[in-house]
Design a protein around this ligand. Structure first.
Ligand code: NAD
Ligand code: ZN
Ligand code: ZN
Length: 378
């Protein structure tokens, strides 16, 4: 592309401080070092987690170092590769992954988990393997959120945090498989392991929750009950196949009591896709005793959840999931192909397509409950 080995000056949305609006700035993106890949981002979804790290930093979320380029749900094309990279070539369509798959650590070698540990603590702190980021702005190092930073026209990621996808993949749709849709869908099919004919409840109808609904429906669930405090989310949820909608605000008793009554004892599977510790408790208590399974998908790092051990003693299972249980490098290309074959919805999640300059508007839409997913097109 003529830019190989050179610093690329491009635009990125920089979060200078927690709680403040992003500012679209000219940034410098350094060439990839060994085992790194520079990617020209084509599109990026705006996930609740981006918003939460900006506005919930120090409350529900650990404080990350700023300045920071957010965005972790992107897709793009390889611009250039660093020394020692063998799995990627310029021009490849790719999805950056906040969850790596190195193939060598004890987690990668186990079929029990997708939690690869390669450079984990570094990418969580916004830097790559050598302890620095590849983005600078106004002479300052800018941290890369989760080692990705897809709210930038270019970024550099570790080769273990990238997967090559089908050349026909529509980048402004498959970016959603870099986080939200893959996570919610996987939570239902890989983690809850929803069975045919079962009764499911999904709490929270953002992209993650709707993807969980999709997973329940595709697994042949007999009933999918959705719970959201925003009734405007219900029409789309019905299009995705939910059978009943419950707004906790329309009831004077706890929503778990409503669900237990509706299902004569509780649901087989409950998926919490909100990130609220009270909702997590409701989800667990909505589960049927003996075999009900509650999966926590919504994110919080610092808050504490209350539960009565009795609910577990009576045979309920409480689990959580990161990225829906998918082994990231191995499984995301298959999800892209499922979409290309018409079996996995993506278009239906997109409510807004915006430019990078409109990224703060995308956050407003998300926080105001007016969007499912906004796609930022670079
Ligand atoms: P979103 O903001 O688009 O959707 C959240 C939904 O929850 C909204 O529809 C909102 O109205 C609803 N809600 C809020 N309070 C509620 C309540 N008390 N009861 C019922 N519904 C309520 O968010 P999203 O992008 O879909 O993400 C959902 C959650 O998943 C977030 O916490 C996000 O950080 C988390 N997440 C986790 C992973 C993971 O790997 N586990 C990955 C991606 C996102
Ligand atoms: Zn996300
Ligand atoms: Zn690994």
């Amino acid at each position: 592309m003529g830019t190989e080995g050179k610093v690329i000056r491009c635009r990125a949305a920089v979060a200078w401080k927690a709680g403040e609006a992003l500012i679209v700035e000219e940034v410098e993106v350094a060439p990839p070092k060994a085992h790194e890949v520079r990617v020209k981002i084509a599109a990026s979804g705006v996930c609740h987690t981006d918003w939460a790290y900006l506005h919930g930093a120090g409350r529900g979320m650990e404080l990350r170092p700023f300045p920071l380029v957010l965005g972790h749900e992107g897709a793009g094309v390889v611009e250039s590769i660093g020394a020692g990279v063998t799995g990627f070539s310029p021009g490849d369509k790719v999805i950056p992954l906040f969850l790596p798959q190195c193939g060598e650590c004890e987690c990668c070698l186990s079929a029990k988990t997708n939690l690869c540990k390669a450079n984990w603590s570094k990418t969580q702190q916004g830097v790559l393997a050598d302890g620095t980021s590849r983005i600078t702005c106004r002479g300052q190092q800018v941290f890369q959120f989760l080692g990705v930073s897809s709210f930038s026209e270019y970024t550099v990621v570790l080769e273990t945090n990238l997967t090559k996808i089908h050349p026909d993949a529509p980048l402004d749709r498959v970016c959603l498989l870099g986080c939200g849709v893959a996570t919610g869908y996987g939570a239902a099919v890989n983690v809850a392991k929803v069975e045919s004919g079962s009764v499911c409840a999904v709490f929270g109808l953002g992209a993650v929750g709707l993807a969980a609904v999709m997973g329940c429906v595709m697994s042949g669930a007999g009933r999918v009950i959705c719970v959201d405090v925003n009734p405007e989310k219900f029409a789309k949820a019905r299009e995705f196949g939910v059978t009943e909608c419950v707004n906790p605000r329309n009831h004077s008793r706890p929503v778990q009591e409503v669900l237990v009554e509706m299902t004569a004892g509780g649901v087989d599977y409950a998926l919490e896709c909100v990130g609220d510790v009270e909702v997590m408790r409701s989800a667990l208590e909505s589960c049927r005793s003996a075999w009900g399974v509650c999966v926590i998908v919504g994110w919080t790092e610092l808050e504490e959840m209350k539960l009565r051990p009795f609910h577990l003693l009576m045979g309920r299972t409480l689990k959580g999931t990161y990225f829906g249980g998918w082994k990231s490098v191995r499984d995301v290309p298959g999800l892209v192909e499922e979409h290309l074959a018409g079996r996995l919805k993506l278009d239906e999640f997109v409510t807004h397509t915006l430019s990078l300059d409109q990224v703060n508007h995308a956050f407003k839409l998300l926080a105001g409950g007016q969007s499912i997913r906004s796609i930022i097109k670079m």
